[in-house]
Design a protein around this ligand. Structure first.
Ligand SMILES: Cc1cc2nc3c(=O)[nH]c(=O)nc-3n(C[C@H](O)[C@H](O)[C@H](O)COP(=O)(O)OP(=O)(O)OC[C@H]3O[C@@H](n4cnc5c(N)ncnc54)[C@H](O)[C@@H]3O)c2cc1C
Length: 457
């Protein structure tokens, strides 16, 4: 195309479209992780982020062992670990300070090959993910430019950036958060699962040790003033405080300290940042329109009571990334299974989170039955392979001579068996107890750690 504007000594040419396999809209933790996972698979990607610099407000403080396994798949576990500490678990207390539900976590390495619960600092995790992209010449991050339009045809997607530049990709992925432009542009509605509350989230940095606050996170169940305390990494501590629906204005700093005074004062800690969030529970009515997919908060949202929102997005991209890689390399089209596998899975987390929200907000002293809580590991919804027995379950990840099984199999398919059997796939012998518990001798494990099928031995 001819120059469209000239000035003495220079000619401004209309920029050529950027071509890539996958255009990712949004560089939150989910979009950044997807860029890394695709990068490792040799898939070219352009990530477009509207903010000029990383988002700095308080959000995720916890992720689970499965999420850590996905950071491992991106070859970033070592980079993520310094921003974490092993989680002790969560206690639910009533207004008499009596523990009504105990959700303690194992302090040893769990079945995923990592600790079951990890406290984290989200900006630190995002820094590690952002730096990870530098490893791939075929993955480009464009910051400070919003996506303003998306059009697709039979062979690809045109993603328009503010200023008019376009990215031409074979597929596009909306990782653009709760208020997703991509979701709205595709005309996809949300299934509202009924939870909507405003909470004030306050991040503090201790000025002096306060061991009495404890290492557990605590949900203070209270029909009037429910609150959450989170033991963060290092000197970081967080409180999440439910706000009245009928308030005229949000609390100012002195009102925040007033509400925190039961636990902490400005003498002990400095207020790093605070923000009001509306916690919602919803799922997009569809997670795909032809060549465009939704992941992370763009596809689903839940209150943070279980620390699972970001984890769910991490599972989305673990599921989608290997399928995109397979299709782009000319393999069988397995992309149809993304939504059908992930959607019923996330609903189980949202339903449990909402029921915990009710416990936190509606339980007066003496009302709640006492008990212990266990983590859930739902199976995938219908999709690849059968769902009989252990099909669709998350497989454990043993170590083979010190090497984690997924790495041993180079993040591809492998057989996990209680003894060596004949197979064309890489063979991992281990996890005998888990296999016996499910009454099988061998299973095929997919690149995202879930069981594809039972192997007849
Ligand atoms: C108080 C709080 C506590 C939480 N605690 C936890 C926890 O402990 N554990 C957990 O797992 N989860 C937790 N979560 C949830 C977690 O923070 C989110 O699920 C996670 O940040 C979602 O990541 P994302 O990448 O999908 O979206 P986001 O982080 O929202 O990123 C979306 C990105 O897209 C960009 N974008 C938007 N529109 C455009 C556009 N048109 N063009 C280009 N870019 C665009 C945005 O600027 C943004 O950077 C918590 C959330 C809150 C609010």
């Amino acid at each position: 195309m001819a120059p469209i504007a000239t000035a003495k000594g220079c000619a401004w040419k209309e920029p050529k479209p950027l071509n890539c396999d996958v255009c990712i809209i949004g560089a939150g933790p989910v979009g950044l992780l997807l860029g890394n996972l695709l990068g490792r698979r040799g898939v070219s990607a352009v990530i477009v982020e509207k903010q000029p610099k990383p988002y700095d407000l308080p959000r995720a403080v916890h992720f689970d062992g499965e999420a850590m396994r996905v950071f491992q798949a991106a070859s970033l576990a070592e980079e993520v670990l310094p921003h974490t500490m092993v989680g002790r678990g969560m206690l639910f207390k009533d207004t008499n300070d009596t523990v009504v539900v105990d959700w303690s976590r194992d302090q040893n390495i769990g079945p995923m090959g990592w600790h079951e619960s990890n406290r984290c600092h989200q900006p630190g995790i995002e820094d590690a993910l952002r730096a990870g992209l530098d490893r791939f010449a075929h993955v480009q991050l464009i910051e400070g430019v919003a996506v303003t339009d998306i059009e697709q045809d039979e062979t690809g997607v045109d993603v328009t950036l503010a200023g008019g530049r376009t990215v031409r990709a074979v597929y596009a992925v909306g990782a653009d958060g709760a208020n997703s432009f991509v979701r709205r542009r595709l005309g996809i509605g949300e299934d509202d699962l009924g939870f909507k509350e405003d909470w004030l989230v306050v991040d503090l940095i201790l000025k002096r040790p306060r061991p009495d606050l404890g290492d557990y996170s605590v949900q203070f169940c209270d029909p009037v003033n429910s609150a959450t305390y989170v033991r963060g990494v290092g000197d970081r501590r967080r409180w999440e405080l439910r706000l009245p629906d009928d308030r005229a204005v949000d609390p100012n700093e002195s009102e925040i300290w007033q509400r925190l005074s039961r636990w902490i004062t400005p003498e002990d800690a400095e207020l790093e940042r605070s923000a009001v969030y509306t916690f919602r529970s919803c799922v997009a009515e569809s997670w795909r329109k032809d060549r465009v997919f939704l992941v992370g908060d763009a596809a689903h949202q839940m209150p943070p009571f279980m620390g699972q929102g970001m984890c769910a997005g991490i599972r989305d991209v673990a599921n989608l990334s290997w399928k995109l890689g397979q299709v782009l390399y000319g393999g069988e089209d397995v992309l149809w299974s993304y939504e059908s596998e992930r959607e019923p899975h996330i609903r189980q987390f949202i339903e449990l989170t909402v029921s915990l929200g009710k416990l936190i907000n509606q339980t007066a002293a003496g009302e709640a039955p006492k008990g212990k809580m266990k983590s859930i590991w739902p199976e995938l919804g219908a999709g690849l392979g059968t769902r009989k027995g252990v099909g669709g379950a998350l497989a454990p990840q043993p170590r083979i001579d010190g090497v984690l099984a997924d790495d041993f199999a180079k993040q591809g398919f492998y057989v996990l068996a209680s003894r060596a059997i004949e197979s064309d796939l890489p063979m991992v012998v281990g996890a005998q107890d888990w296999l016996a518990e499910h009454g099988v001798e061998a299973v095929v494990v997919r690149p995202d750690g879930y069981v594809l099928e039972v192997v007849a031995v």
